[in-house]
Design a protein around this ligand. Structure first.
Ligand code: HEM
Length: 512
């Protein structure tokens, strides 16, 4: 009896212990397998050492990545060297990164050029996420892009447009003008006047013009080999002269920015009236104020913010205008319809201003359509994943650089229909799509790292286009047919036309 009672309890205990032990082992194994075998996004076969680098050679990156996404889907994991890159190519996936999980993807990857050119990550655009960065973004919005400065910005913009119209009016009849160059000079003058108080026209630093300094800075910010290939890349950066180039670029950019700061320090800011203070005056003033929030601006912060206005505000805006004018010039139907809207709305006036364009529905559609087809920053600025999460059911790990192909998303026939590649502004007539909140087109990015000029930059572009089309009829140079206008793209972070836009303006004659 005793045996029968003792034996089962002994057996039961042993069985229970063994069961618990196997369960424990099983849990351990399944935990380990979920760590060692996460569900990674699809990825093409890669080569040793270089990873997927060879897949990106020979074409602009946004185009090569779009081709790959057609084969591997809207979320891919690539490796450049040992560094993981998540490539996003659909509105649904972009929404997960830029909205649903924006808090995880709102940082930026570190890079040697960004570190140097942003005074050790003190800027807004290229620095990792931090509270101090967020404060500076607020300052840029309130002191440069917000309503406080809007009046002076629009005033200067209209004056500069008038001056460009004067130059164009005196241009010999039936000859072409380099519109790309004129737009670049005009936007630079506006940004410098509003932001820094004067145009800095003709200033050079160590023999380099501001255009050269700006262009070089944007190219360097694309990154270096050592960002992805650690010590091999570092060796290459030294041998190829990349490091030297970065130092030269930094010292030119810094000297240019220092010149602007020195100009502002040369008078007492307290004696300048509020209306006369430009953005840099305000930054210097803020840097000298006691700040309860522990986010006081340092001298380097001030310089990094000037750098952001310089590198973020000029090229992007010019490129948007350049592509819009290119599309309009090769579509006489759109040009005619747009001119009718502008001229019928205004009648004969001295200039088309912000109030006039607020009524021009077709103009807004034209600019939107140009931004859809030609996002100035086709891959945005790379974001970085800061903690383990899932996107589209796939695991994404911290430190993954995340690239959103807004260029591809903007052209996808599955979103935009069979005529996706066509410049057809009327598509927006029945579409509730704006340039920010919808993920079908994202020329200004989205979420916490979206462009802070998202509400103001489109108006700047519209105002310039409206004036150019109000005053002039535009034709392609002699031998060119509409479809022959060169629309090739060039650039890295910002994509401009490979061949500058040259057009023939004819001043519009009003019938009495
Ligand atoms: C048509 C004109 C413009 C376009 C298309 C444009 C586009 C963009 C894009 C795509 C981004 C990256 C967004 C992301 O990574 O998610 C960006 C960021 C930024 N843009 Fe613009 N931009 C324009 C004008 C301007 C202007 C006038 C300024 C003025 C200073 C500016 C300042 C910035 C800054 C500071 C950032 C970084 C934002 C952050 O990381 O928090 N942009 N812009």
């Amino acid at each position: 009896m005793e045996f029968f009672t003792i034996f089962p309890s002994w057996l039961l205990t042993t069985a229970l212990v063994l069961f618990a032990f196997f369960m424990f082992l099983n849990t351990l194994r399944s935990n380990r397998s979920s760590i060692t075998a996460p569900k990674l996004p699809p990825n093409p076969p890669k080569l040793p050492i270089i990873g997927h680098l060879h897949k990106l050679i020979g074409k602009p990156h946004h185009q090569a990545l779009w081709e790959l996404s057609k084969e591997y889907g809207p979320i891919m994991l690539l490796h450049i060297g040992s560094k993981p890159f998540l490539i996003i190519s659909s509105p649904a996936m972009a929404k997960q990164v830029l909205k649903t999980q924006d808090h995880i993807f709102c940082s930026r990857p570190l890079s040697k050029a960004a570190k140097r050119l942003t005074y050790n990550y003190l800027d807004i655009a290229f620095s990792p996420q931090s509270d101090h960065r967020k404060e500076k973004r607020k300052i840029l919005v309130s002191e440069f892009l917000g309503p406080k400065r809007a009046r002076s910005f629009n005033h200067v913009l209209v004056m500069e447009i008038e001056s460009m119209v004067r130059v164009l009016s005196s241009h010999p009849a039936n000859t072409e003008v380099n519109l790309s160059k004129m737009l670049l000079e005009m936007v630079k003058e506006v940004v410098c006047k509003v932001g820094f108080g004067k145009t800095y026209r003709g200033e050079t630093i160590n023999g380099s013009s501001w255009e050269e300094i700006l262009e070089e800075a944007v190219v360097m910010l694309k990154g270096s080999l050592s960002d992805n290939f650690s010590w091999v890349g570092e060796t290459f950066d030294i041998i190829s002269g990349w490091n030297r180039k970065l130092e030269r670029c930094y010292s030119n950019l810094d000297a240019y920015i220092q010149m602007i700061v020195d100009d502002h320090n040369s008078h007492k800011i307290a004696e300048i009236s509020e209306d006369e203070k430009d953005f840099v005056h305000r930054l210097i003033e803020l840097s000298s104020m006691e700040n309860a929030s522990n986010h006081q601006l340092t001298k380097e912060d001030v310089k990094a913010l000037i750098m952001n206005v310089f590198t973020g505000g000029i090229d992007t805006t010019v490129v948007a205008m350049e592509w819009a004018m290119s599309e309009i010039a090769r579509s006489p139907r759109v040009m005619q319809k747009l001119q009718n809207e502008i001229r019928n709305n205004t009648g004969r006036i001295d200039n088309v201003n912000e109030l006039d364009i607020s009524k021009m529905i077709y103009l807004k559609m034209v600019v939107k359509e140009a931004l859809r087809l030609h996002s100035p920053a086709p891959l945005l600025i790379p974001h970085e994943c800061s903690s383990h999460c899932q996107i589209g059911g796939y695991d994404v790990f911290p430190g993954t650089t995340t690239v959103i192909n807004v260029w591809g998303i903007g052209k996808d026939p599955s979103t935009w229909g069979e005529n996706a590649a066509e410049f057809y502004p009327e598509r927006f007539e029945n579409l509730e799509v704006d340039s920010g909140g919808n993920f079908e087109m994202l020329p200004f990015g989205g979420g916490r790292r979206s462009c802070p000029a998202i509400n103001t930059a489109p108006t700047t572009v519209e105002l310039v286009i409206a004036n150019l089309l109000y005053w002039f009829d535009w034709e392609l140079p002699d031998s060119l047919k509409n479809k022959d206008l060169n629309m090739e793209e060039e650039g890295s972070l910002i994509i401009h036309k490979k061949v500058p836009l040259c057009l023939v303006p004819t001043k519009h004659i009003w019938e009495d």
